[in-house]
Design a binder for this molecule. Sequence first.
Ligand SMILES: Cc1cc2nc3c(=O)[nH]c(=O)nc-3n(C[C@H](O)[C@H](O)[C@H](O)COP(=O)(O)OP(=O)(O)OC[C@H]3O[C@@H](n4cnc5c(N)ncnc54)[C@H](O)[C@@H]3O)c2cc1C
Length: 414
Amino acid sequence: MNDIVVDVLIIGAGPSGCVASAYLKNNGISSKVVEKSKFPRFVIGESLLPRCMDHFEETGLLDCLMEQKFEIKAGARFLKNDIVCNFDFGKKHTPGWNYTWQVPRADFDNTLAKEIVKKGVDVSFGHEVTNVQFDENGHSITTIKNEEGEEYNIKAKFIIDSSGYGRVLPRLLDLEKSSTLNPNSAIYTHIKETERPEGVEGTLITFDVVKDEVWLWVIPFSNGNTSIGFVGPTEFIESFEGTNAEKMREMLKISDYYYDRLKNQEFLFEPHIIKNYSKAVKQLYGKGYALTGNSAEFLDPVFSSGVTFATESGLKAAKLITKELQGEKVDWEQDYTGYIMKGVDVFRTYVSEWYTGNLQKIFFHRPENPVIKEQICAVLAGYVWDETNPFVKNHNRLVKTVAKVIDMENEMAN
Ligand SMILES: Cc1cc2nc3c(=O)[nH]c(=O)nc-3n(C[C@H](O)[C@H](O)[C@H](O)COP(=O)(O)OP(=O)(O)OC[C@H]3O[C@@H](n4cnc5c(N)ncnc54)[C@H](O)[C@@H]3O)c2cc1C
């Protein structure tokens, strides 16, 4: 087979790869997407954040998603010991989208992938990247294996690695780094809800804190199915015995709120377990490539930031590559790593402080402080670059300080 020559090779047709390729297509840059799986394919990550709507809108991918009538996510509910903390994206510090969706990813990703094909992006499904070599200018030759096991090469000026947990370039270029977050794991499945409550209760996305470091997600979809999953320290998830279904059934008993609703529901597939899911890399870019989405960094599912970072980083990488191909100078350290890590660091603080208990203290403290709540709500909506928000600008300090004040108030009250 002859070598294929493009400006940009994109590895993976998940949300990150789709947004990146749509931007490049809209701006006349030649690209090719190589995707290992045949779509539709299952992937976890079903609760989106309003911020990613900006990315779909900017790249012309919003209308096809709107047509799917996914379940509307207008906020998020957190439960602990009978206390309910409801965030409403309509009441947040930063202007922006007031809603997003709860999506079965097989359908969602398939809709995006079909739309980029419709736009004229060249996508090869069932083709796997197996090797990459760079020359001193950052130009690459990538080896691809198709479904018949035949190999061919793609020559590109840039690679966007949006291979998710495939983590193609981090593996091939030895860029993997341990995450600084505690080792956590998850077990999850889908159910066909035959006993879904009527009205809002049946559609609400909920994070039920069943122990300080362990929580259950309940994500109802508009197709009548619901995603459920437990997240907690790896040793907690490993402490259950039996098949994955037996482990999951046993864990459901810990949720006072959901047990009755979920206990008799059939699992649509044997629950999956993903251990120690947090990932990090030594660098986000190099000569001729950028890492985006989960291939770059994954923190934790608790604030549903994964897809939004995938689209934010995919779009940013595509913009910077376009600039460079058009002859403009790009400062990748500042414009890519600096920008992306600013947002990642905000979420890293929130994830860490969730598991230290400081953030939970703020969420479940009564009475609520409406100003603080709107500022935190903007973070939970994914608007983590808005430095007018004190809970973004001073994320490191402010969560700890507010938790300390709550501790002092509690001490004085006792
Ligand atoms: C337990 C858990 C729960 C989560 N919950 C949420 C949530 O509620 N909300 C949220 O936003 N995020 C969540 N996430 C994160 C979410 O799954 C990811 O952040 C998101 O899917 C990343 O998108 P992506 O485009 O980077 O990669 P993906 O969507 O994973 O796509 C990568 C694609 O690359 C392809 N690929 C891999 N290797 C190769 C190869 N060698 N050659 C060619 N193609 C390849 C794959 O087949 C795949 O289609 C969760 C993650 C975990 C672990």
